[in-house]
Design a binder for this molecule. Structure first.
Ligand code: APR
Length: 258
């Protein structure tokens, strides 16, 4: 598969550079080159595991040990991954200009790590942090009182070894949004406000199969934004693309934002 033509890259660069306000929507594909498995692609998590056994509140109620075993494994795996050139180019771009809002479906914290890596200090890195629609793999939340803490290594040998709440003693759960659960209201509000105000929307590495996240791109399109999509494969958002760049994020994103 040959990558995008020079004209396509210039077209995308121009659409993004002239937009005063841009909303960026990322999915698992932006982290694929960091070694984080996607969900629906070849070797994707939902090809290997049954989401209904691992990523729903019912599954957690039925067998919290199994769910924690899986999230503990993912946390260890993803913890070893590093931001790739796409994450880093996005963070640098966000620090180099105003008016960019990053909305991510990812729970891998690689955008955050990229922001910290490229920014001079914590205050500056805050400008390159994403709105997180689906939570974080690296935080735990009490299933009873919602107390939230940074998550560590998980011992899933028994119910008693699983993380418990320091506030109320309840069982902690991974602080991610599971199927059938509501997304954090403030994050959704901020994401759709940025979409409604955007003059351009950059979509990177998502099939666009999951709502309301995919709705961010549709909302931006509806408000007149030009939509640029970066993905090696077909996506459910292709129909609204003004510029469609076929290829890997790690190769294309630095070229269109550099
Ligand atoms: N660069 C860019 N895109 C890539 C790359 C790459 N190197 N490798 C794969 N992709 C693309 C795939 O072609 C696919 O379109 O990334 C996309 C990944 O799609 P999914 O696996 O469906 O992941 P995502 O869209 O993020 O899933 C949405 O579903 O399972 C839930 O909560 C989970 O946040 C997730 C949501």
């Amino acid at each position: 598969m040959s990558g995008p033509s020079a004209e396509e890259v210039v077209g995308a660069k121009r659409a993004l550079a002239k937009a005063l306000r841009v909303v960026v929507l990322t999915g698992a594909g932006v982290s694929a080159e960091s070694g984080v498995p996607t969900f629906r692609g070849a070797g994707g998590l939902w090809k290997q595991f049954r989401a209904e056994d691992l990523a729903t509140p019912i599954a957690f109620g039925r067998d919290p040990r199994l769910v924690w075993e899986w999230y503990g494994w993912r946390r260890a795996e993803v913890g070893r991954c590093r931001p790739n050139p796409a994450h880093l180019a996005l963070a640098r771009w966000m620090l180099s200009r105003a008016g960019v809002t990053l909305v991510s479906q990812n729970v891998d914290d690689l955008h955050e790590r990229a922001a910290r890596e490229v920014a001079l200090d914590a205050e500056a890195s805050a400008r390159a942090l994403p709105i997180k629609l689906h939570g974080s793999l690296f935080h735990d939340r009490c299933a009873r009182c919602n107390h939230r803490v940074a998550g560590g290594a998980v011992d899933a040998t028994g119910l008693e070894t699983l993380p418990h709440c320091a506030e109320c003693g309840g069982l902690m759960r991974p602080d991610v949004v599971w199927f059938g659960e509501m997304l954090p209201a403030r994050a959704v509000e901020a994401a759709f406000a940025a979409a409604a105000d955007a003059e351009a929307c950059l979509v990177i590495g998502t099939t666009g199969a999951v709502y309301p996240a995919a709705g961010v791109a549709h909302a931006a399109k509806a408000s007149g934004a030009s939509v640029v999509i970066v993905d090696p494969g077909p996506t459910e958002l292709d129909g609204i693309a003004d510029v469609r760049l076929r290829g890997a994020a790690g190769d294309i994103v630095p070229r269109i934002l550099g």
